[in-house]
Design a protein around this ligand. Structure first.
Ligand code: NAP
Length: 255
């Protein structure tokens, strides 16, 4: 991708699934990469795996803690030289029927990680870039669940819908500083998060889901989404700003 080599990149939630694939892709593009994760063991394993591919470092950070998010952004900037790309990726999800089960504490946790956490990382990064007089690219992780109301995910759908409005609001305010802000909406991607959810359901849930809902008749893999991160971070996307990119095998094109 044009202009990516040498860039300093932060991937939040870079220890697993889509974030891990994104970190790997940015390393392959010649970037200096910093990852954060929630669990120390997962962070150590990811750093070990990625270290064979390039310049990588990272730290544990719970993005739902505003001060931890600020500290992680500052540490990333120091570690990679000059941070200019943020893959704002960390997130959680689980199924919980709205009518029978959805609990206030679970609603609050999803919002704290998926929406407020994204705000905390993005605001810290934007403030750092503006202070440094640096242009940059912030990519917020939304979901096709931001575009439609999938059953059993009212809390998650709502958090990701908020990410789209956060993205648009950031695009309006940060564009004049040369900071591009975009959102990615993946469909069903085969990651540990989805493997855990599907593990509790009968049969081959992922293949059934693909057959019933995805025109390309397959679920996505983390590398499909990593490519979108790389594109939006690169100079190939120099005029792409405030956009929402679906990476979903055509799922949201279905009537
Ligand atoms: P994953 O494999 O579970 O990875 C999630 C990452 O986020 C991990 O690195 C995890 O760290 C980190 N994380 C979780 N809670 C955190 C917290 N409180 N603070 C900081 N980091 C935290 O999930 P994934 O499927 O790759 O999902 C990545 C992102 O894509 C999420 O925002 C998700 O909503 C979004 N997404 C996924 C899909 C999909 O189909 N998989 C579709 C659309 C959007 P630990 O492992 O250490 O907990």
């Amino acid at each position: 991708m044009m202009g990516l080599a040498g860039r300093g990149v932060l991937v939040s939630g870079g220890t697993s699934g889509i974030g891990l694939a994104a970190a790997q892709r940015f390393l392959e593009e010649g970037c200096r990469v910093y990852i954060t994760g929630h669990e120390p063991d997962a962070l150590a394993a990811a750093l070990e795996k990625l270290g064979k591919r390039g310049e990588i470092s990272g730290q544990v950070c719970d993005v739902s803690d505003h001060q931890q998010a600020i500290a992680a952004v500052e540490a990333a900037d120091a570690a990679v030289g000059a941070l200019t790309v943020v893959a704002n990726n960390a997130g959680i999800s689980w199924r919980e029927p709205f009518l029978q089960q959805l609990e206030v504490a679970h609603w609050d946790r999803i919002m704290a990680v998926n929406l407020r956490g994204m705000f905390s990382v993005a605001q810290a990064a934007a403030q750092l870039l503006v202070r440094a007089g640096r242009a940059g690219s912030i990519i917020n992780m939304a979901s096709t669940n931001a575009l439609g109301g999938e059953e059993d995910y009212a809390h998650y759908n709502s958090s990701k819908g908020g990410v789209l409005q956060l993205t648009r609001s950031m695009a309006v305010e940060l564009g004049p500083y040369g900071i591009r802000v975009n959102a990615i909406c993946p469909g069903y991607i085969d990651t540990p998060l989805n493997q855990t959810i599907a593990g509790g359901l009968p049969g081959d849930f992922a293949q059934r889901y693909a057959n019933e809902r995805i025109p390309l008749r397959r679920v996505g893999n983390p590398e499909d989404v990593a490519a979108a991160y790389a594109f939006l971070a690169s100079d190939d996307a120099a005029f792409v700003h405030g956009a929402v990119l679906a990476v979903d095998g055509g799922q949201v094109a279905v009537m």
